[in-house]
Design a protein around this ligand. Sequence first.
Ligand code: FMN
Length: 335
Amino acid sequence: MDQQQWTAVVAAATRAPSVHNTQPWRFTAAGDRLDLHRDRERALPVLDPTGRQQVISCGVAAEFAAVALRATGVEADVELLPTPEDPDHLATVRAGATCDVTPADTALAEAIARRHTERAPFLPRAVPDEVVERFAADAGRLGVWLKAVTGSEEEVATAFLVSRAEELERSDPGYLAELERWLRTDPAAVDGIPVGAVPEEDPATRPSNWLVRDFVAGSRAPHTFLPPGDPAAPPPEVERPTVVLLGTDGDDATAWLLAGRALGRLLLTATTEGLAASPLTQALDWPVTRTRMRARLSLIGHPQMLLRMGYPSTRGGSVSGRRPVSDVLRFESAR
Ligand SMILES: Cc1cc2nc3c(=O)[nH]c(=O)nc-3n(C[C@H](O)[C@H](O)[C@H](O)COP(=O)(O)O)c2cc1C
């Protein structure tokens, strides 16, 4: 593998979604191996004190690297936490033998550039059950379970916990200050969340059971919960996205990395199906709501990622920036 090949792989890896678009990763390429380290300088101490979401983000980046490598006709082997004495060394992606590239490999790799987080309301069209079953089977191969949050009781309980967590967050000055630090008004910003990628309206006024995270909560006037408009007009159609929960039996760095890899694969497969998604992780940010979710959904194991999914109503959507590859990749000579 030469420098140009690794540069292309890392460019794909860095398109991975990451919590608040922090891109908490560093890469080192040496010969046939690409090492991924977590960058603790890009942590979110208020939202993510344990680093769980940071590690999940890095797990997605490792999966995107493997998908990109495979699509060039090279086997990709991912080893998690390869250096026991260095917990920040999260993964090594090894380039193996040459292999045939299937149309599915190409489709997944092409989805990397198209995928983005879609927070706008989805079209009123359910995600087919067989597609959700495929997501579950793919996640299962990585040891990650997927649960569709469909039963009315489970849906109500989960939506309530998301709203409760969002409410807790909106009243936490530390959370709001951290959020503001990662919000970007410059469309050319290379990290953070561009204001163009988040809903302008207060998510609490959207006709949906599911509350997307309000990234501009800190600068909003207190809302009345009464949307403007003609009170005699028929009520707007309530959005009913498909909501899925990814979880793991354990709750350590290995589990978080596997959840990230499964999330990466799911998001790319979803993109190839014309679907889009946005995480609803507020309820998982807080130990109290995360624990309650385990109890209310009778989960055996640990919830890692809650996602709303559906068919996007807009074309393209807003693309968030990424740091240049040269900022996150360095080359070493092969050992
Ligand atoms: C672990 C994790 C948690 C996330 N949580 C949320 C969330 O609660 N709400 C949300 O709207 N987006 C969430 N996101 C999406 C990121 O904000 C998004 O990936 C990032 O801004 C980059 O944008 P992109 O996905 O469009 O490339 C999360 C992403 C990851 C990986």
